[in-house]
Design a binder for this molecule. Structure first.
Ligand code: NAD
Length: 258
């Protein structure tokens, strides 16, 4: 396996989809650097995984902090996987009760969800490009690494109430294909996942009746996704060399109400 004995970086790893992904990659034999904002939860998540896991408190929008995380990961083994899970979802309408959505609110969401993703992508790609390629014994095809971005179905559904979030996630999807086509030259793949509704702290702020109603809108399975189901798709992307440049919906066929 590409990841066995190698290293991986997962952002947003203190919680939700990132925490499950870190666990999955660690179980597959990787050294995992968990990146998240400073918190006890991040340190705890790494400690719970075991000695091949480290927590690096860092902001994905900070160049120096992410470079330090990449350097640490590269010292543990060749960096083969970077997973962008850090993100925020701040509600707010274009024209809300208090007037137009403040530009600083819009900028903050774009800065973390899009610029933060790009920051990790570019610095991880730089480190991956410096590694010796790994050859898949099954296919005979060499590659250096895989970057997985997290978009959202919100990018495509035109749901009212999260314009900044939808725009930032649409841009993450748009970033993925050109990055994949360019980085193919370095034997690096880039793939995005667009999750539907997953049971994580991001949805925890919603009242139970709202999450229940949302779950009922998922055609099948009629429930929220489990973080482990997201992590399983990350593991599959890492394994499957034909997956490249794509944004994969993982959503139980949900389409948001108009
Ligand atoms: P979550 O809130 O549980 O986890 C997000 C993590 O990102 C948190 O631990 C947070 O501290 C971290 N983070 C936020 N800003 C950061 C920054 N600047 N630097 C470093 N870390 C930062 O949410 P989740 O549901 O696990 O979401 C993971 C990703 O999946 C997000 O990008 C989210 O937009 C996306 N997503 C989630 C859902 C869902 O239903 N849960 C659906 C679609 C997309």
């Amino acid at each position: 396996m590409l990841i066995d004995g190698a290293s991986a970086i997962v952002t947003g790893a203190a919680s939700g989809l990132g925490a499950a992904t870190a666990r999955r990659l660690h179980d597959a034999g990787a050294h995992v650097v968990l990146v998240d904002l400073p918190s006890a939860a991040g340190a705890k998540a790494a400690y719970a995984l075991g000695p091949r896991a480290r927590f690096v408190p860092a902001d994905v929008t900070d160049e120096d902090q992410i470079r330090a995380a990449v350097v640490l990961a590269s010292s543990l083994g060749p960096l083969r996987v970077a997973v962008n899970c850090a993100g925020i979802a701040t509600p707010g309408k274009v024209l809300g009760r208090n007037g137009p959505l403040p530009l600083e609110d819009f900028d903050r969401v774009v800065r973390i969800n899009l610029t933060g993703t790009f920051n990790v992508l570019r610095l991880a790609a730089e480190a991956m490009a410096a590694t010796d390629p790994w050859t898949d014994p099954a296919t005979g095809t060499a590659e250096r690494g895989v970057v997985v971005n997290t978009a959202s179905v919100a990018a495509f559904e035109g749901q009212i109430g999260q314009p900044a979030y939808a725009a930032s996630k649409g841009a993450v999807a748009s970033l993925t294909l050109p990055a994949a086509r360019e980085l193919a030259h370095h034997l690096i793949r880039v793939v995005a996942i667009a999750p539907g509704l997953f049971k994580t702290p991001m949805l925890a702020g919603l009242p139970a009746e709202v999450t229940g109603a949302l779950a009922a809108t998922v055609p099948h399975p009629s429930r929220l996704g489990r973080p482990e189901e997201f992590a399983a798709l990350v593991a599959h992307i890492v394994e499957n060399q034909m997956l490249n440049g794509e944004t994969i919906r993982l959503d139980g066929a949900i389409r948001m109400a108009p």
